[in-house]
Design a binder for this molecule. Structure first.
Ligand code: GLU
Length: 384
């Protein structure tokens, strides 16, 4: 087996809660020490490492001696508050032994979904890397509520990967990769070593369930893969529950590699493609799909339905006549205006709106479909 870390310079490593926290004993220090040694060695080779660490809630509930079972929102927020500080202290101490400074970054959904805040967070992380520190990132669970949270660190880690232009995202998990079916349920499930493109068949292989301690199951890992590979980063899923988990990848222990999609896209387009919450949907006709594939802007004439309550500047899904997503882009009109001009020719826009509007509903520079081409080649590149 190959060394899957070879050739990757900037790497985001996501560590799941189950690897860090033991129900009975608390933090798994020996594991963390081995992880710290791996990171120190990779940095000596000239690589940059970012850690996205879960475990705040799991550790906090252990430290606070909270009962097992589901937590209310304010209980998990309280647990995160205690767990996060303990987690950060431990990272700082363990990396510190190797002369590495640790920078704590707690993100809320708006920090990656709103462009201004995204650029701000990106600048901070880039500065930390430039100064030689290892950013340790988690969701800010103490203030996140259900409507405004990532919810799982798999997708958060993928958003961070695109934000910092990392070459590789490693998901250290309690499973050693993707199988043709969830192996716990189907003993005949086969391991898949390499995924060239995340097709609907690949998505169907992911069951939904996560483990008891962590929120993400295989489904959120595939979602993360779509975000990461669509913006030109590779992703690895492997079991992290052995000591020296990154050395294990280099040794060729079992893992699944999701290859980066071939087409390099601009930073702005990457940001558009990776949106977790889109504000609405524009359903377009076959002619419009063809025009988009040819690199044209989306004009009102090709739109057959406008769904959702969005504002100008929001990111929307653009779906073909079959209802499947073909592109994503920033809309130039509010939902109400979009409904008034949908299906109309550009020459009729001024009369329908009462003022001279833009000719495109979504301008080509504000639209991305490259990542979907990998996923649905038939839809994006031909069938329409
Ligand atoms: N952010 C959560 C925590 O630190 C973990 C989310 C996840 O397990 O994906 O506890």
């Amino acid at each position: 087996m190959n060394n899957l870390l070879a050739g990757h310079r900037r790497i985001v490593v996501k560590v799941g809660s189950a690897l860090l926290v033991d129900r009975a004993r608390g933090l798994k220090r020996t594991w963390l020490e081995s992880f710290g040694e791996d990171i120190a060695r990779l940095r000596e080779e000239g690589r940059e490492i970012l850690v996205v660490s879960s475990g705040a809630i799991a550790l906090g509930r252990k430290l606070l001696k909270m009962p097992t079972g589901p937590l209310r929102l304010e209980e998990s927020q309280a647990a995160a508050s205690v767990g996060q500080i303990a987690l950060s202290r431990t990272y700082s101490e363990i990396f510190g032994r190797h002369g590495i400074e640790t920078g704590q970054i707690l993100l809320t959904l708006g920090d990656t979904e709103e462009r201004r805040r995204y650029l701000n967070a990106r600048a901070t992380i880039a500065t930390l890397l430039g100064l030689g520190a290892v950013p340790v990132i988690n969701e800010n669970d103490t203030v996140a509520t259900s409507e405004i949270r990532y919810g799982d660190n798999d997708r958060l880690a993928a958003r961070v990967t695109t934000m910092v232009d990392a070459d590789l995202l490693v998901l250290l998990s309690d499973v050693d990769g993707l199988y043709t079916a969830p192996p716990a349920l189907d003993p005949s499930a086969r391991h898949i070593p390499v995924v060239e493109h995340i097709t609907p068949d690949i998505e169907a292989m992911a069951g939904a369930a996560g483990s008891e301690l962590s929120r993400g199951g295989m489904k959120t890992k595939i979602d993360a893969g779509k975000i990461a590979t669509g913006s030109g980063s590779a992703m690895i899923i492997t079991a992290g529950n052995r000591l020296f988990p990154l050395s294990a990848i280099e040794r060729g222990e079992r893992a699944t590699l999701f290859k980066a999609s071939g087409s390099p896209v601009t930073a702005r387009k990457r940001w558009i493609a990776g949106h977790l919450n889109t504000a609405g949907r524009l359903v377009v006709d076959a002619g419009a799909v063809k025009a988009l594939v040819a690199g044209k802007s989306l004009l009102p004439a090709g739109i057959v339905a406008v769904e959702g309550d969005f504002e100008r500047g929001d990111t929307l899904v653009i779906a073909g006549p079959d209802g499947l997503e073909v592109a994503r882009g920033i809309v130039a009109y509010d939902a109400e205006e979009a409904r008034r001009i949908a299906g109309r020719r550009s020459s009729e826009i001024a009369a329908a709106l009462g003022y001279e509007g833009r000719s495109a509903m979504v301008h080509r520079d504000d639209m991305v479909m490259e990542w979907i081409a990998g996923e649905r080649p038939e839809a994006a590149l031909g069938a329409a």
